[in-house]
Ligand binder design. Structure first.
Ligand SMILES: C[S@@+](CC[C@H](N)C(=O)[O-])C[C@H]1O[C@@H](n2cnc3c(N)ncnc32)[C@H](O)[C@@H]1O
Length: 312
């Protein structure tokens, strides 16, 4: 069984480089040749969900499309199947193309159970801490977080620069609010904030520990999921209850944050689930982030217009 990634009209060289990284992490190769079963990855109405699929047992090619236009009609017509990564945002319905390839490849290779159904998915969603050093990698990760339904994230900004120029960002947020957009709230954080949570789960790209799919990722806001931490940093962490989960990817030097984080976020979204409708009037409001987790000063919150994340 071999897996090929086929970038169909992907234009941005940086995205092509990240697709190469995704292929290496998945033990796949990038090619313009279609080998075996053609699986189109696209958010069209005709697509089946990536969740709940059996593991791949044959040679296959995953096609991902152009940053603006998506997959060509030719590729869609030739495909043996079309898969969509379900999202939960009205504004951000797509992931960065390399992030989408990593998520699709990870689920196609392993298979998974279906996405959970829950009366109140928002109550089950854990808090998320992104540790990032690169502006674009953090941007693509924020895009994925918004797409998968997060409204608040914590960011340990280690030089990625998201908290620079906050005046401009605040003006942008006010403009977004006037346009009735729900901003993504990015809270400045450090590893010292781990102490605020009852449970901490660190997701690592590889290593012999509990596989991510066997870890419980829907424990609500007292649980913190950390992405972007190096394996050698885990031992020094001070928190009540720290678990480590592995995505079981091929060990590579410096795996891009957007790929590891997007797979983790997709699995959180599968376990947290989507809304199962109850009898009318029974939908309680989810707890607000501030009420669940006491954060620092309001100065350390960045409001990001979700539509701005589409450029990552
Ligand atoms: C950024 S998307 C752009 C095109 C997209 N059709 C749109 O609606 O804007 C680029 C590529 O990433 C992949 N992709 C991104 N998000 C996806 C999702 N939620 N489900 C499936 N594929 C996705 C697809 O291969 C898509 O062609």
């Amino acid at each position: 069984m071999t897996l090929t990634l086929f970038p169909d009209g992907v234009e941005n060289p940086a995205n092509l480089a990240k697709l190469d990284d995704a292929a290496r992490l998945l033990g796949a190769t990038c090619s313009q040749q279609i080998d075996g079963r053609l699986i189109a990855v696209e958010n069209t109405d005709r697509a089946r969900e990536i969740y709940g699929r059996r593991p791949l047992r044959e040679r296959a090619t995953l096609a991902v499309g152009n940053e603006r236009r998506g997959l060509s009609t030719r590729t869609l017509a030739r495909a043996n199947e079309i898969l969509v990564i379900p999202t939960q945002s009205r504004t951000v319905r797509t992931l960065n193309v390399a992030a989408a390839a990593a998520v699709a490849g990870w689920y196609v290779l392993r298979g998974s159970g279906p996405q959970a159904r829950a009366r109140r998915p928002d109550v089950r969603r854990p808090a998320l801490l992104i540790v990032g050093t690169d502006h674009v990698e953090v941007g693509s990760t924020l895009r994925s977080a918004a797409a998968f339904g997060f409204r608040d994230v914590l960011l340990d900004d280690r030089g990625a620069g998201w908290f620079e120029g906050t005046g401009a960002t605040r003006r942008e947020a006010m403009a977004a609010a006037r346009r009735h957009k729900n901003p993504l709230r990015v809270h400045r954080a450090t590893l010292a904030d781990l102490e605020r949570f009852d449970e901490v789960l660190v997701a690592l790209e590889s290593g012999k520990t509990v596989p991510l799919q066997q870890s419980r990722l829907a424990r609500g806001r007292r649980q913190l999921v950390v992405v972007g931490l190096r394996a050698d940093e885990v031992h020094g962490l001070a928190a009540a209850d720290i678990q480590v989960a592995s995505l079981e990817l091929a060990p590579v030097q410096k795996p891009p944050l957007r790929l590891v984080a997007s797979i983790t976020l997709a699995e959180i979204a599968r376990q947290v689930g989507r809304r199962r409708r109850g009898p009318a009037g029974t939908q309680a409001r989810p707890p607000t982030f501030a009420a669940a987790v006491k954060l620092r000063s309001p100065e350390d919150v960045l409001f990001v217009d979700p539509s701005r994340l589409l450029s990552y």
